[in-house]
Design a binder for this molecule. Sequence first.
Ligand code: SIN
Length: 520
Amino acid sequence: MIKTMFTRTIHRVSIIQSHHSSISRREMSMGTESVVARLKSSGLLQTKGLIGGKWTDAYDGRTIQVNNPATGDLIASVACMGEKETKDAISSAYDAFGHWSKLTAADRSSRLRNWYNLLIQHKEELGQLITLEQGKPLKEAIGEVGYGASFIEFFAEEAKRVYGDIIPSTLTDRRLFVLKQPVGVVGAITPWNFPLAMITRKVGPALACGCTVVIKPSEFTPLTALAAAELALQSGIPPGVLNVVMGDAPKIGNSLLESPQVRKITFTGSTAVGKKLMAGAAETVKKVSLELGGNAPCIVFDDADLEVALKGSLATKFRNSGQTCVCANRILVQEGIYEKFTSAFSNAVQNLKVGNGFSEGVVQGPLINEAAVQKVDSFVQDAISKGAKVLVGGKRHSLGLTFYEPTIIGDVKNEMLIARQEVFGPVAPVIRFKTEEEAIQIANDTNAGLAAYIFTNGIKRSWRVSEALEYGIVGVNEGLVSTEVAPFGGYKQSGLGREGSKYGLDEYLEIKYVCMGNMS
Ligand code: SIN
């Protein structure tokens, strides 16, 4: 059960995963060099930026290293780009907008569909690339490819449904219309935790609407972005429609913010950076959508089905080794079920196999880097010093500097640092509560509002608590809720706008009102 749990993001993704059995045992445990060799021969290991359809070195020849977080091995050196390259990428996207936005929706749709097909065709290599540069277990990485590709498929279909309106006129000689038009050039700044899916969730709707894009992937995981861009070129998405620049994050970010040609910034990442981008976008009044940090409560009520609550809590806490914005950050357990739940949860967490994502049976990979481990450990130490108790784990893993033991900490209080900030690691802080009102109060006592989870068999309670939670996403008796067909986004400081679903299109569209007068 544990092994499959982290990959079952959505039913369709699990079906996609079940077809990847051609990966041999040997490949599952192969080293960086042999994976790199295979990726090179398939043409998917790109190391230059993509500007106007051309693979481009940094203008000053600088490079940055991309390392495997599990082993520290160098995977590749990639172009380290900055202001000049970003300006050129913006110009290419601006020039390409005229043509791309005027294609028929059906034409854009079929090119996106080609891209989806290529992503699925190459899901094993892309999965290997994700494991190599991000660390997540291979099965989970291939699951991400299915999840990421699903946004391209979904928005290829939605491209044909960007409808306007006809408004009944207030005057007999007038006709009133609403047109939906693409916003223009989009700057998409994406994180390392989902090196593919966080790109496709932005680029899919942008391209479907007729926008063009400059992507800045994380410096930790640019290779997946570049491989996806190579497949986009192969799929008939014209040069300049999709550009990728990476390297000097502040310089690239500022160039995107300062350019009047960029009409929209979309970002997934920390709340602190999101606030800076929002402020920076004010100068040129760009449209902004932000998918920022969470502090997800996972509330287990006395009347929950223990098995369901365990499975859901494990899945939402330990997916991607705790490195998702929707991972449970606080497990709130009602007093009547507290002992039973924590003891069963501890048994399950003790059995999570930690290791290199290519090794068979591993369900917990490394964290992205040593700094991430240091942060996780400092939160754990702070909680212990304030009276919390380690039930499982609680320290760095003997496998190396980027590994942390899957951990459960009991008797946590909501005032502790570990419950106030996003842990972003494999640590489950458990908080005991007495009443439903208290659980809701604790859950909402945070500036974040992305995802929340509740486990209960009470149908009235499910509705009541779902409505009371100040969160953009609520999972009821389910720990894995992300899917391309539903809106993803947060309340409060967890962000602005929604990604995925029909709502995801609105973020890339302008609304134009046309009034035709003197029609009688
Ligand atoms: C995220 O961590 O930002 C995305 C997680 C998801 O799509 O489920």
